[in-house]
Design a protein around this ligand. Structure first.
Ligand code: ATP
Ligand code: MG
Length: 579
């Protein structure tokens, strides 16, 4: 490709809304173009990298025996009603109607469609296992689209669905996909970590997320160097503290004027925060019943802990959007809670959820559901009981590892992929069954496996850049070589550049010849910004057949023979192309 003919759209500055490096650089290099918030197009350089990622994914999916298909993004509501997710999915789902008022959505994911495709075509154990995947656009009306391709409303996903006869088959499919994901992200040049994850709205039992490590990542992961435990902080279990065997003291109400926070009340009463109980108040509704009234839940955890909302919504068995912080005034009226002074005693008409740690905690301090008053020596069982007792805590840096007890560490990451064991959640609901050797009808064991293809592109840039631009890994670079001709009017320079260009192409190296009539400084700036792995510069030394050879990732600029530059470039590309 010649730069003079290329639809090249580099920008000196990124639009101000771009905050993180990948968003800034994908815009500045002209790889993507924004249409509206969370909706992007791909320009020539962008599509080349995207297609390379897709090729890597296809190769690794095909290698585990998955077969490619392409399903429609437009999906009829009926299938989602059958699985029970038409309401559970909530406002992220892009719903629409046809001219006859029939309801559809633009698929946020495809479990229902694949389950339907398989149930109508597979009936015998002989046809299983089966694994089908696609690379296709998904639509999610995200509450906060941001960071460019990281969280967009239209994005490309690779989604694979496995159908097995039994649990052992599912275990193997899951492991095959897990291993394929490790290969895919390694080949994409990502520094990533598979971590245990919550299965969220998709459902099922077992799940791992693949997180590309990056400070800008929206996912927090907790891990333990001692035993290897790694999970999203949403998912990580919490090891309850052991409590000293104290004698239960008599319950006592104390006047605690104006002490609305845990810090205030503990300071006022001279108690450590781990001796206090904090209340977090939520409202929720049943998404399947649009007319249902708002209901309330009061959650209690130790004063020095943080609440993990994912654990709460799992305990309630509701989707995320159906649960929110309570309107304190309305809730006070309905349940008797008092802002800043709510405790587990004195509430009515609300679900009480206690964190598991409180069951054995002795002589705690808690709000008295009365302005300016707290109780001390509150004990679970004797003074209050909860409707549900569950682990509600967020595992944080330094907390004991739930597996081995050593302090955990935290890091941030970008969720580039997730694998799920669905079991029979969809096959049972949608009657996706096969007949075994004895003609018994058995629901298929399903798994699903997603990769955010466009998010992966952003994650690669997030990990591979410097202040001047992108530094592409060879495997996903839009082109391998930027061949800069310094003076396009100089015949010696141009004929050597043309010669190198032809030889690189013949060697299978993807090259852009910068033959634009621009100053050298502009060309070098663009070369750094675009970040192709190798730069070959043809300048004044062309008369001696010498060119400058430089790697974008660093190292010295070398003056070498043109043929040697071609040889080195071909060698580097061929050794690293497969990542
Ligand atoms: P998140 O928690 O980030 O919202 P998710 O867990 O809802 O993502 P999945 O349903 O697991 O996403 O989708 C599979 C993959 O699709 C994710 O691992 C992620 O890489 C990608 N993905 C999901 N939502 C988006 C989005 N809004 N923009 C870009 N990629 C996305
Ligand atoms: Mg996910």
């Amino acid at each position: 490709m010649r730069a003079s003919k290329m639809f090249l759209n580099t920008l000196r500055e990124a639009p101000s809304e771009a905050e993180i490096p990948s968003h800034i650089l994908l815009l500045r290099t002209g790889m993507i173009s924004k249409l509206v918030s969370g909706v992007y197009g791909f320009l020539p350089l962008g599509i080349r990298s995207l297609q390379k990622i897709e090729t890597i994914i296809r190769e690794e999916m095909d290698a585990i025996g998955a077969q490619e298909v392409l399903m429609s993004a437009l999906q009829p509501a009926e299938l989602w009603q059958e699985s029970g997710r038409w309401y559970a999915y909530g406002p992220e789902m892009w719903r629409l109607k046809d001219r006859n008022d029939r309801e559809f959505c633009l698929g946020p994911t495809h479990e229902e469609i694949f389950t339907d495709t398989v149930r109508t075509r597979v009936s015998s154990y002989r046809q299983l296992p089966l694994s089908l995947y696609q690379i296709q656009h998904k639509y999610r009306d995200e509450a906060r689209p941001r960071f460019g391709l990281m969280r967009s409303r239209e994005f490309i996903m690779k989604d694979n669905y496995s159908f097995d006869r039994d649990k052992a088959g599912l275990d193997k499919s899951y492991q095959d996909n897990y291993d394929a994901y490790s290969k895919i992200f390694t080949r994409c040049g990502l520094d990533f970590r598979p971590v245990e994850a919550d299965s969220g709205a998709i459902g099922g039992s077992n799940s791992h997320e693949f997180c590309a490590l990056a400070g800008s990542g929206e996912e927090e992961i907790v891990y333990c160097d001692a035993c290897g435990m790694a999970a999203t902080s949403e998912r990580a279990a919490f090891r309850d503290a052991a409590f000293a065997d104290e004698e239960l003291l008599p319950l006592e109400k104390k006047l605690t004027p104006g002490t609305k926070t845990i810090e205030d009340v503990c300071a006022f009463l001279g108690l450590p925060q781990e001796k206090s109980i904090k209340a977090l108040l939520f409202q929720y509704f049943d998404p399947e019943d649009p007319n249902a009234e708002m209901q309330y839940a009061a959650c209690f955890i130790r004063g020095d802990r943080q609440l993990n909302k994912t654990k709460l919504i799992n305990a309630l068995g509701l989707p995320d959007y159906a649960v929110s912080f309570a309107d304190e005034e309305k809730m006070g009226f309905a349940t008797g809670c008092v802002g800043g002074f709510t405790g587990p005693m004195g509430l009515h008409d609300c679900l009480i959820i206690a964190d598991s740690e409180l069951v054995n905690a002795k002589n705690m301090c808690a709000g008295a559901c009365e302005a300016d008053h707290h109780y001390i020596n509150v004990n679970y069982g004797r003074d209050y009981k909860a409707d549900k007792v569950v682990d509600l805590k967020l595992l944080q840096e330094g907390d004991p590892c739930p597996v081995c007890g050593k302090p955990v560490k935290t890091a941030r990451g970008i969720e580039v992929g997730q694998v799920f064991k669905l079991g029979t959640k969809y096959s049972a609901a949608m009657n996706c069954v096969y007949r075994d050797e004895n003609m018994n009808e058995i629901p298929m064991e399903m798994g699903c496996y997603g990769i955010g293809v466009t998010r992966t592109l952003a994650a690669i840039v997030e990990q591979h850049h410097d202040e001047n631009g992108i530094i592409w890994p060879v495997s996903v670079a839009p082109y391998h070589v930027m061949l800069v001709a310094i003076n396009t009017k100089d015949e010696t320079q141009m004929s050597l550049a043309e010669d190198i260009y032809k030889k690189l192409l013949a060697a299978g190296v993807e090259v852009v010849l910068d033959d634009r009539d621009e100053r050298a400084g502009v060309k070098f700036k663009d070369a750094d910004l675009l970040g192709f792995p190798i730069r070959i510069t043809v300048g004044k030394t062309a008369a001696d057949g010498k060119v400058e050879y430089k790697l974008r990732r660093g190292g010295d600029m070398e003056l070498i023979d043109a043929d040697e530059a071609v040889r080195r470039a071909a060698e580097l590309v061929n050794s690293e192309r497969r990542g």
